[in-house]
Design a protein around this ligand. Structure first.
Ligand SMILES: NC(=O)c1ccc[n+]([C@@H]2O[C@H](COP(=O)([O-])OP(=O)(O)OC[C@H]3O[C@@H](n4cnc5c(N)ncnc54)[C@H](O)[C@@H]3O)[C@@H](O)[C@H]2O)c1
Length: 261
């Protein structure tokens, strides 16, 4: 593809939740940098509307496939990893980006809602990462690296998520699992990092359409704008590329300074 500089050429990358928002931007940027992108999502349709990600990438001259997966269902996760191997023969990069939300505080959150958030946001990441690392261990090292994992956490894994206890707690687990995998598998050639977005405007509606929330996010963000999916995608690209050397177990804040203030 013409727009990138081939920073991910010859890499096969799985991006979960790649149909919408931040995941969509990551897929597009990775494809522009030469990766073969596998979009793992429950639907090909973008939450914010528009052409499906796979089509956008194809139209730009890139390579992408779509695999339907519910990350809350372990059989789907096994099928995703198997289909990528069948189709592409290897996996170089995994971006655990998909997540689900409840948007309720402690007293309003049901056990089923809590369990669903954890099934998708935590167990889904655990199972898919396990399947991918198992495969990556069979692959040769490339410039000292066997595989790169980028987890999309949140500033709300570090500070409280307003009125969303299940989501915030699940994101905290993602920060931890990043450190655990980074340290347990460093000697095997794995690089595992997280990107923690602040408020990113994706066009998904909900709280984004409510002025009280927009005002709150702006008031908490030192930089004079909210984030864009491309802001997060650039950080994910850095961590997925050979430019990120000697960095593992990190949780890179892409939050306009929110957590610094
Ligand atoms: N947007 C923000 O302000 C923000 C802030 C901090 C962190 N994040 C994180 O960034 C990531 C992406 O967020 P976003 O705002 O782009 O989300 P989004 O809701 O716009 O898109 C999420 C995508 O994940 C998919 N998905 C959801 N549940 C799934 C499941 N069970 N199985 C398969 N796919 C599923 C959806 O279909 C969708 O395509 C998430 O991990 C989120 O926690 C977002």
């Amino acid at each position: 593809m013409g727009s990138g500089t081939g920073r991910l050429s010859r890499r096969v990358a799985i991006v979960t939740g790649g149909s919408s928002g931040i995941g969509r931007a990551i897929c597009r940027l990775f494809a522009a940098e030469g990766a073969t992108v596998v979009i793992g999502d429950q639907t090909p349709d973008a939450v914010e509307g528009g052409v499906p990600t796979q089509q956008l990438i194809a139209d730009a001259g890139g390579t992408a496939t779509f695999v339907r997966v519910d990350l809350g269902v372990s059989a789907d996760i096994t099928a995703l990893a198997t289909s990528v191997l069948h189709e592409h023969g290897r996996i170089d990069i995994l971006v655990n980006n998909a997540a689900t939300y409840v948007g309720k505080p402690l007293l309003e959150t049901t056990e089923d809602e809590w369990n669903r958030v954890f099934a998708v946001n935590v167990t889904g990441v655990f199972l898919l990462t396990k399947a991918v690392v198992t495969q990556m261990l069979r692959q040769e090292l490339r410039e000292g690296v066997r595989g790169r994992i980028v987890n999309i956490s949140s500033q709300h894994g570090m500070i409280a998520a307003p009125r969303d206890i299940a989501y915030g707690t699940s994101k905290s687990a993602i920060v931890y699992i990043t450190r655990q995998i980074a340290t347990d598998y460093a000697a095997d050639g794995f690089i595992c990092n997280a990107v923690a977005p602040g408020k990113i405007e994706t066009g998904k509606g909900g709280r984004e359409d409510e002025p009280e929330w927009t005002e709150y996010w702006r008031s908490r963000t030192p930089l004079p704008r909210l984030g864009t999916p491309a802001d997060v995608a650039r950080a994910a690209l850095f961590l997925a590329s050979d430019e990120a050397t000697y960095i593992t177990g990190a949780n890179l804040m892409v939050d306009g300074g929110w957590s610094a203030s």
